[in-house]
Design a protein around this ligand. Structure first.
Ligand code: UD1
Ligand code: PEP
Length: 424
């Protein structure tokens, strides 16, 4: 298993180019299932979850073509010949986002069989709202031997548009129902829809494919179903979580970096907190110049749905608080078990205690390198940030979690002057 060795204490300096968003790429790759015509995608991040999704789509019968073999960010997908409507346990267990094939397969093929995702390190993460919404659209759904078995019932085979109000805001739930609704007969109204920029990016691609959607980027999506969707081209939106991760890295380790190819307008809540931390930022339309000349100041924050502070940035900003002047309270409201990094940060010398869904961090002068274990994707990123700020050598083990969601993180950090190496 690969690990990362980091010798910390060096300030970061240079330019870093942000990749396309994992959480937009995954649903957008699944959207190709909605049509028998090719979908051309650019700015696709080259990371493990995308490779897993492409493999799953190939198993289903999608042709995956890289027009330039040396460029994995430009992909053409063609789902003209779907041969299976199944996502197996083996695929779903490695990546929960595999559930995103359910809505499109059901809408286009009129049946689908998708393994029920289990819980994961950060929480139980049920998919009851996905199922409830598809049932409201006329699907019959049974849970059989760990699989969601879904089929449509109408004589035409199409789902039926319906009003759907989810019990909570769910990102992939909104995406699954949105994709299913594009091919349903009649109008679907998704109330309490997630407003994450990645949902908006998916909706924008669907409109390019011929879908009729209004209310994009709001919590009320109205979808008038059409009989067929068609070919389209789309560039995936920049990854706001990757950009935020590099901003936290410079806030913790010090230095001056230029973050390019990003979307600062999707990072408002993160930028507000990083300003309070003391990170100086100059912000352009698609770049952020960030410099940190002193020790960070501790900030309280609370995660919530977009546009509030994202849960996917909680662990990284906690690493900044770990080395900040003062104490902070960090409240996680989205997932019930997203503090697995606390114990590992404490192994590096941090002073963080957990009380219910709140972590209380007393900033320390310095962390000192140690062997730590990554437990999930963003926990890994927070350990890398802490390792960059720590004195001495840190080894981050189990970085397959990190590889799921970051496109070449250690190469990018090396270009910024960090001493970081992947060890096989
Ligand atoms: C691939 C992808 O885009 N992943 C993101 C997506 O995950 P994901 O879409 O899985 O997260 P959700 O927005 O669905 O989850 C939000 C909360 O709702 C609960 N819930 C959700 C659905 C459901 O049917 N029942 C239910 O109880 C979940 O357990 C969680 O507590 O949004 C999360 C919240 O911003 C992010 O951390 C993930 O990075
Ligand atoms: C939790 C995350 O991803 P996923 O939903 O794919 O597990 C994440 O990106 O931080």
């Amino acid at each position: 298993m690969d690990k990362l060795k980091i010798v910390g204490g060096l300030p970061l300096k240079g330019e870093v180019k942000i990749a396309g968003a994992k959480n937009a790429a995954l649903p957008i790759l699944c959207a190709c299932l909605l049509t028998d015509q090719p979908i051309t995608l650019r700015n696709v991040p080259d990371l493990q979850d995308v490779r897993t999704m492409l493999k799953l789509l190939q198993e289903i019968g999608v042709e995956v073509h890289f027009p330039d073999v040396s460029d994995r960010h430009h992909v053409v997908l063609n789902a003209a010949n779907i041969k299976s409507s199944e996502a197996t346990y083996d695929m779903v267990k490695t990546m929960r986002a595999s559930i995103l094939v359910l809505g499109p397969l059901l809408a286009r093929m009129h049946s689908a069989k998708v393994s029920l995702p289990g819980g994961c390190a950060i929480g139980a993460r049920p998919v009851d709202q996905h199922i409830k919404g598809l049932k409201a659209m006329g699907a019959t759904i049974q849970i059989q031997s760990g699989y969601i078995e879904a089929k449509t019932n109408s004589p035409s085979g199409r789902l039926t548009g319906a009003p759907i109000l989810t019990d909570m805001i769910t990102v992939t739930g909104t995406e699954n129902l949105l994709m299913a609704a594009t091919l349903a007969a009649g109008t679907t109204i998704l109330e309490n829809a997630a407003r994450e920029p990645e949902v908006g990016d998916l909706a924008e691609l669907l409109v390019k494919m011929g879908a009729k959607i209004t209310g994009i980027h709001t919590d009320r999506l109205v979808i008038e179903g059409v009989e067929k969707l068609h070919s389209a081209e789309h560039a995936i939106i920049a990854d706001r979580i990757e950009a935020g991760t590099f901003l936290c890295a410079v806030a913790a380790a010090g230095g001056e970096i230029l973050v390019t190819h990003c979307r600062p307008d999707t990072l408002d809540a993160v930028i507000v907190k990083l300003k309070d931390v003391g990170l100086e930022m100059e912000i352009g339309p698609d770049w952020i110049k960030a410099s940190m000349k002193s020790r960070p100041k501790a900030v309280n924050f609370r995660t919530s749905e977009y546009p509030a502070f994202p849960t996917d940035m909680q662990a990284q900003l906690m690493a900044v608080n770990a080395v900040a002047v003062g104490s902070s309270m960090i409240t996680e409201t989205i997932f019930e078990n997203r503090f697995m990094h606390v114990q590992e940060l404490n192994r590096l010398g941090a002073d963080i205690a957990i009380e219910g869904n709140t972590a209380i961090a007393q900033g320390v002068d310095r962390l000192s390198g140690a062997i730590v274990m990554a437990t999930d994707l963003r926990a890994s990123a927070s350990l890398v940030i802490a390792g960059l700020a720590a004195q001495g050598e840190t080894q981050v083990e189990r970085i397959y979690h990190l590889d799921r969601g970051y496109d070449r993180m250690e190469q990018k950090l090396t270009l910024l002057g960090a001493n970081i190496k992947r060890v096989k």
